[in-house]
Design a protein. Structure first.
Length: 713
């Protein structure tokens, strides 16, 4: 298997992603992963895979849908088969096998349900007739897919797991999380993968092998203290190439990108004329390469590509397709707007994403001012994709901002298809300007001189320098903070991974719950991902009460930072508590529902109260302790409801009721100081009354009479 680029007409790819789940934490970055990777694989400058040979499964309904799509692609692929999955990775608690989560996946009764077993997917990929196979797994615990190859002592198993010509890259080890970094567009692994495909790897040659991609990804993730990917190759599979190296030296192959041309190479109209396309693929207008990587064009024509008005000051940063129609091979590239309607001008500047072989900025006309000179220009009127050349005479009135280009009698006319076209000065050589407006009959066009284009370039240079200075200042201010946050997230991930090695399930759950409590205060996104891990590990607990208590504690931790997430976790805890049980049943079931009520206490006090009402009067000391704990939590959110709840406590447990009243008094101290003092003074226990009055006094920063606190009970 040599380092040759996989054929784009006999290869196939399937991209699978799940970003929204009914029972698991949502992973919104996954949807962007699919969009970014599909664009990269079909980009002619990267691989150029034919679009009808790429299948994207966003939110597949069932495992059968996934397996059918992969089987179809496997049959159609003769050169290379690529399969990518991004979403939640689930572990079967009994067998330790890896499952890939689907939208309705869940873990119930120590079983992974409605998920896709990785082994089924592996078998279909292995049976494909494609000579080369690549599997990319971006999910937690994805390293378990490599388990059969992990040791030389298990070579027989390795032969079952992998066949000749297969490369598997996973985003994390068998016990580690795969993170979506807060604020990032993509998940950590896929984001780095896309960066490598789009930017290339300096010094790596013309094509990127899977080994090169893996090494570069591992290095970049390690530099950011993020989970490290894993790789296994069967024989020479590491030499598979599905991408051109956009950072490589020039290639002699047709259509390959090359490094910028030497500075002393002479520019001309042929090396600088740019043709710009609309999103529909139709020709939009022309432009002029005025500097290395910078294209100048007419703003009002370009505005139609973004559906914006000429008076708008902002425009989309979406990529724009363009090519160089007069260069051999008509090389194609993409660009983005970097200057738009500056000071009300009708000029837009684009920056090309990658150097184009043979492109050289054209020199401006040697004439100091536009005068009566001969010109020629190329435009693309409707139904004339190959272009039409015109010629004529260039004139300028004294003091006019625009020059006039009048076509010769025997020349074709200039219509809207010439907007943005460079005007070449045949008399003095060089570009005299670009066409801004054409007359209705096509005999006359108005041209913006190159002197005005130079002013626009100078403005862009000043704007870029200001932006760089601002970016440096912001980086200096926030760099340390972001590094600390990223490091904290990494440490939390490592701590969660270490929990996987704890043999006692109860201890494991306690440690994970503590880690999540810390994560909520550091980064809620990381905490949400850890929640998904906790839910998987909770299935290892045989005791239903322990599972419910763990989830309820996590819901309580989330309540101040993310009420929606807290409510979802509390609802799962309630569903687990009610599975297979009737109401008013055994003691442990009652305690489970009390734990659920505690989970809802700071999210939905009404629901917590409803559960307490459903359970009826407290029956023993454990019940009283649980009820009072729930009411104390409710007091901080809904003090009136908590005060009413004390009436359900038996008179024999007056101290518990007074502890709740103390919490109510503290909660209303600022808004209702008189009520707070009255409640506190109604408490008979001196220690509880003293504590309540001191907290009320501190809340209001005023002296309250606490003389009665010294009275004996």
């Amino acid at each position: 298997m040599t380092d040759m680029l996989s054929r784009n007409d006999t290869s196939s790819a399937v991209l699978i992603g799940c970003h929204r789940f009914t029972d698991l934490e949502d992973l919104l970055a996954v949807q962007k992963n699919l969009v970014g990777l599909s664009e990269a694989l079909t980009d002619p400058m990267i691989w150029g895979l034919e679009k009808d040979r790429l299948k994207v499964l966003d939110q597949p309904c069932s495992g059968d849908d996934v397996l059918d799509a992969v089987a179809k692609a496997a049959d159609a692929a003769h050169d290379t088969l690529v399969v990518y999955y991004s979403g939640h990775g689930l572990i079967d608690p009994s067998t330790g096998e890896l499952y890939m989560a689907l939208p309705d996946s869940r873990i119930r009764n120590v079983l992974v349900q409605r998920a896709l077993r990785y082994d089924y997917l592996r078998r279909i990929v292995s049976s494909s007739g494609a000579r080369k196979k690549v599997m990319l797994l971006d999910c937690c615990f994805s390293g378990r897919a490599l388990g059969a190859m992990a040791s030389a002592d298990h070579s027989a198993a390795a032969n079952v797991t992998m066949v000749d010509g297969t490369c598997v890259i996973t985003s994390a080890s068998a016990t580690a999380l795969s993170l979506a970094v807060p604020g990032e567009k993509y998940t950590a692994f896929t984001g780095v993968l896309l960066d490598i495909l789009q930017q290339g790897v300096p010094g790596a040659g013309t094509y990127l092998t899977m080994e090169t991609v893996f090494d570069a990804a591992r290095s970049r993730l390690a530099a950011r203290s993020l989970p490290l990917p894993q790789q296994r190759n069967r024989n020479t599979a590491g030499r598979i190439c599905i991408a051109r190296n956009r950072a490589s030296a020039p290639s002699s192959s047709p259509g390959e990108q090359a490094a910028p041309p030497p500075r002393d190479r002479k520019g001309s109209l042929e090396t600088s004329h740019v043709r710009i396309y609309a999103a529909s693929g139709d020709i939009l207008c022309s432009g002029l390469l005025v500097s290395d990587g910078i294209v100048c064009t007419c703003m009002h024509a370009l505005g139609t590509a973004f559906d914006v008005q000429i008076t708008d000051d902002e425009v989309s940063s979406a990529p724009i397709e363009l090519d160089f129609p007069l260069l051999p091979g008509v090389p194609r590239s993409r660009a983005r707007v970097v200057s738009w309607r500056h000071d009300g001008s009708d000029v837009a500047l684009l920056r090309i994403e990658a150097p184009v072989a043979g492109s050289v900025p054209a020199p401006p006309t040697k004439s100091r001012r536009v005068r009566e000179t001969k010109f020629r220009a190329l435009g693309f009127p409707r139904l004339s994709d190959d272009g039409i050349w015109v010629s004529g005479e260039l004139r300028a009135k004294p003091g006019a901002e625009l020059a006039q280009a009048k076509t010769a009698p025997q020349s074709p006319r200039m219509d809207q298809g010439f907007i943005g076209s460079p005007i070449w000065d045949e008399t003095y050589g060089g570009v005299a300007g670009i066409v801004m407006v054409t007359q209705h009959d096509g005999s006359l066009a108005f041209v913006l001189p190159t002197s005005s284009l130079s002013e626009e370039l100078n403005r862009l240079a000043r704007k870029t320098r200001r932006a760089e200075r601002a970016a440096w200042a912001e980086q200096a201010r926030s760099g340390r903070r972001e590094r600390s946050k990223a490091r904290a997230a990494q440490l939390l991930s490592e701590a969660a991974s270490l929990c996987s090695n704890i043999s006692a399930p109860d201890t494991q759950m306690q440690q994970l719950t503590s880690i999540i409590a810390t994560a909520v205060s550091v980064d809620t996104d990381v905490a949400r991902q850890l929640c998904a891990v906790l839910e998987q590990h909770s299935t290892l607990l045989q005791d239903r009460l322990s599972q419910v208590r763990a989830l309820s504690r996590v819901a309580d931790h989330f309540a101040p930072a993310d009420g929606r997430q807290a409510a979802l976790i509390a609802e799962r805890a309630e569903a687990l508590a009610r599975e297979g049980h009737g109401l008013r049943m055994q003691k442990r079931h009652r305690l489970a529902l009390y734990a659920v009520a505690s989970g809802f206490s700071r999210i939905d006090p009404r629901r917590a109260e409803s559960i307490l009402t459903e359970l009826g009067p407290a029956q023993n000391d454990d019940d009283i302790s649980a009820v009072s704990a729930v009411l104390r939590s409710i007091a901080a959110i809904d003090p009136d409801r908590a005060e009413r709840g004390t009436r359900s406590l038996p008179r024999s447990y007056r101290l518990r009721a007074e502890q709740v009243l103390s919490a109510v008094a503290i909660a209303v101290a600022r808004q209702q100081p008189d009520r707070a003092q009255e409640l506190a003074n109604s408490i008979s226990d001196p220690n509880t009354r003293m504590y309540a009055l001191m907290r009320i006094s501190a809340s209001n920063s005023q002296d309250l009479w606490i003389g009665s606190c010294s009275a004996s009970s």
